[in-house]
Ligand binder design. Structure first.
Ligand SMILES: [Zn+2]
Length: 193
C-alpha cells in the first residue's frame, strides 16, 4: 500500500480482493474491496454500470486487483473513497467455472462483506479470501460464520433465546429465529439453514 498525502487529497494504491458491488444512481457503482493492508474499503466507481466501462470488468467479485483510490476526506470516512483505476492481477477463473463451489463462495463473500467493519486490516481474513477464490479451501456459510467468531452449533436467537436460529443478521452480528425475524433485520437477514 502506497499512501500519498497532499494538502486536500489522499491517494492510495493497494492490492485488493473484490468482495462485491452495488449499483448507485447515474450508472455509478459502489465497490466493496478487501485490501491487504487496510482491510475493507468501499469506494465509488464512476460510470461503472456502462457496458463500455473498462473498469467494470475488473471489479467483479473474487478478482484480485491493484487498485488506485483517492479521498478528499479522512481516509476511512465511509463513502469518502473514489476508485480511479484498477488493474487485474487474477480473475479466479477456476472458481468461476465451477458452478457448485461458486454458489458457496458467493455466500461466503457476501457474509464477510456484510459482517465486517471498514478499515480494519486482518491478515488471516485475507488468507481465507485467497483460499476461497483460489479453490484451495471450500468454506460453506457455517464455516465462514465460525471463522468470524459465530458458531452455529451454540447459537441462540438474540431476541427470544430460542435454540437453532435460522437467520444471521450481519449488520449487527447476531442470530435470530424465524419467529423473531420481522422484528429485527427483515430483508437484510442471511438464511443459515
Ligand atoms: Zn427468536
Amino acid at each position: 500500500m502506497k499512501l500519498i498525502y497532499n494538502f486536500y487529497m489522499i491517494e492510495c494504491v493497494s492490492e485488493a480482493i473484490v468482495l462485491g458491488w452495488e449499483n448507485l444512481k447515474e450508472q455509478d457503482r459502489r465497490v466493496f474491496l478487501f485490501t491487504r493492508d487496510y482491510g475493507k474499503i468501499s469506494a465509488k466507481a464512476t460510470s461503472a454500470q456502462k457496458s463500455v466501462s473498462k473498469l467494470a470488468a475488473h471489479l467483479e467479485p473474487f478478482n484480485l486487483i491493484t487498485v488506485r483510490l483517492v479521498s478528499k476526506k479522512d481516509v476511512f470516512d465511509a463513502g469518502g473513497f473514489h476508485l480511479t483505476d484498477a488493474l487485474l492481477i487474477d480473475s479466479a477463473g477456476g472458481l468461476k467455472s465451477d458452478a457448485g463451489q461458486l454458489k458457496n463462495a458467493l455466500q461466503v463473500y457476501d457474509l464477510i462483506n456484510r459482517s465486517i467493519p471498514e478499515g480494519v486490516p486482518d491478515g488471516r481474513l485475507w488468507e481465507i479470501l485467497e483460499d476461497v477464490r483460489g479453490k484451495k479451501e471450500s468454506y460453506r456459510l457455517a464455516d465462514a460464520l465460525r471463522l468470524l467468531g459465530f458458531d452455529i452449533s451454540y447459537a441462540v436467537c438474540e431476541l427470544c433465546q430460542g435454540v437453532k436460529p435460522e437467520y444471521f443478521f450481519p449488520k449487527n452480528n447476531f442470530f435470530v429465529c424465524g419467529h423473531c425475524k420481522f422484528a429485527s433485520g427483515g430483508k437484510d437477514l442471511i438464511s443459515i439453514i
